[in-house]
Ligand binder design. Structure first.
Ligand SMILES: [Zn+2]
Length: 506
């Protein structure tokens, strides 16, 4: 008998509630997509109110005594919440979400929303004037509010744990610290080895490439990857992102830089990786408590896999370079495939995280994690951040930002109160290689397939081992199931060493 035929009235209540909340959340996502893709600037104020109104409705529908009681009754009804049935996991996921949201007093929630709205404005201004003092009082307030939030979840092992858990369910600060402490010296050492070598030339890609041709090629590539256009679309936005309004509508955005054809292409592959995860969640989780994904790190493992492991590989360009070259003969006519491959894998320590290459990216993240932990523990003061930032950039990457706009002020996250988000980027990088290695062990022919422009095996494997679970499992559970190991740095370092040995002749 299938699980569906044994749904109790109470379980049906939970499913109905989840379906309605899913609808409301997707309406909110649509408002957000429109805000970034279509909305004229004059709409900003009222759009903010519309989003806040919906957010309040969602909160009020979910955080009620009745829902609390329903979840408690269901917990008794289904028994072991760690059991692997969809019903047990639906109750578990709902219970966790309910307990988290019910703990937060409305006053703290409202103050956080108000503060971050003002902090965003202040951050934009501070960044454009490269003046940290404009942002400092707001960040101090945000750190204070985040501490108050974290303290609601006492007892914890570490005050950063509740923040991290919002983005990476089940992950502990101690785990991330341990991973990063192993990773950092190895990344720094690799970077030093690379720095001693002659860098490859990448000037050919920094030329005024025709935007329409860039778009044509990007669409061609992600179509071959398996992005489903019947359930998606590609638009232009200043900051590329992926969003979903359900299983049947998972959209991506990109931006075309005239002077850098790599930027749009790799960001399109990246977002398509996120979107194919969303499109890969099975029908049975439509408008369901287990719709969505395991975590941000698992999401990022998918985007990084398509962008970097595949999109920057020799096999990929063996197939695609001739057609890419043909689109831009004036710039690439005399550039060989190997020179192109080396160029797009150039390592260059830079100030800006979002422009960082594979060898330096995680170092940008570690610096941020150390600062976030320092702020939450109270061992660092907001006022000292510019100096701390610059001295660690020098230690880890060997570069010192010329101003705070290109230093401590570069990212939007803290202005939105998102402390605990950054580590997921690095964890996603590590997870991408672990999944890739297991895929390789299962299907050693994959590199040959990629060299022929075929990606069915890759996508099929990810569907089977990652996408099909939606939000059913926590990130480390997914990794254990898929690879036999939790997130660990060794495979990623081995991947980097192998790649740069070839690109840089180490
Ligand atoms: Zn991403």
């Amino acid at each position: 008998m299938s699980e569906n035929s044994q749904i109790s009235p109470k379980m049906q209540q939970l499913l109905d509630l989840a379906a309605e909340l899913d609808d409301l959340n997707h309406i909110m996502a649509l408002l957000g997509w429109d805000q970034q893709v279509k909305m004229p600037p004059g709409g900003a104020e009222e759009r903010g109110m519309q989003l806040a109104a919906l957010g309040r409705i969602i909160h009020e529908k979910f955080v009620t005594d009745e829902v609390g009681q329903l979840i408690a009754d269901l917990e008794a009804e289904v028994g072991d919440l760690n059991a692997e049935t969809d019903q047990a996991r639906s109750v578990k996921v709902s219970k966790k979400a309910y307990e988290k949201q019910a703990k937060v007093p409305l006053a703290l929630l409202m103050e956080t929303i108000k503060t971050t709205a003002m902090a965003h404005e202040a951050w934009v201004k501070a960044k454009s004037h490269s003046d940290f003092s404009v942002f400092q009082p707001y960040l101090e307030k945000i750190v204070d509010l985040r501490k108050q939030y974290a303290e609601l979840f006492k007892p914890y092992d570490h005050i950063y744990d509740p923040l991290l858990d919002d983005f990476e369910p089940g992950m502990k600060t101690a785990d991330v610290k341990e991973i990063f402490e192993k990773l950092r010296p190895q990344q720094v050492e690799l970077l030093q080895q690379i720095a001693e070598k002659e860098p490859p030339d990448d000037a050919f890609i920094k030329q005024p490439f025709n935007e329409a041709h860039q778009e044509l090629f990007g669409r061609h590539v992600i179509t071959r990857f398996g992005y489903d256009w019947n359930r998606g679309r590609l638009d232009i936005a200043p900051h590329p992102f992926t969003t979903e309004f359900g299983l049947g509508d998972v959209r991506i955005t990109t931006r075309y830089l005239k002077e850098d054809a790599g930027s749009a292409l790799f960001s399109t592959m990246h977002e398509a990786g996120h979107a194919m995860y969303g499109q890969g969640v099975p029908e049975k989780y439509k408008r369901h408590p287990l719709s969505g994904s395991a975590s941000l790190a698992i999401h990022e493992s998918q985007s990084r896999l398509w962008e970097n492991i595949i999109g920057r590989s020799k096999e990929f360009w063996t197939h695609f370079y001739p057609s890419f070259q043909m689109l831009f003969p004036a710039y690439l006519g005399n550039v060989s495939m190997m020179d192109f491959y080396r160029g797009i894998n150039k390592v260059e320590p830079s100030f800006i995280r979002v422009e960082a290459d594979e060898a330096t990216y995680n170092l940008h993240i570690m610096l941020r994690l150390e600062i976030e932990i320092g702020l939450m523990e109270g061992t660092m003061e907001v006022g000292d951040l510019p100096a701390i930032w610059n001295s660690r950039m020098a230690d880890y990457l060997g570069v010192t930002p010329p101003d705070d706009a290109r230093g401590v002020l570069q990212d939007i996250h803290w202005s939105g109160g998102m402390i605990g988000y950054f580590p997921t980027y690095a964890l996603g990088n590590l997870a991408s290689v672990q999944l890739w290695d297991k895929l390789m062990a299962d299907h050693p022919n994959v590199p040959d397939e990629i060299a022929q422009g075929k990606f069915d095996t890759v996508l099929g494997w990810m569907r089977e081992h990652v996408h099909q679970y939606g939000a059913k499992y926590e990130p480390q559970e997914i990794m254990l199931k898929a690879t036999g190991s939790k997130i660990t740095p060794e495979p990623y370092m081995a991947y980097l060493r192998k790649k740069y040995m070839e690109v840089y002749d180490l």
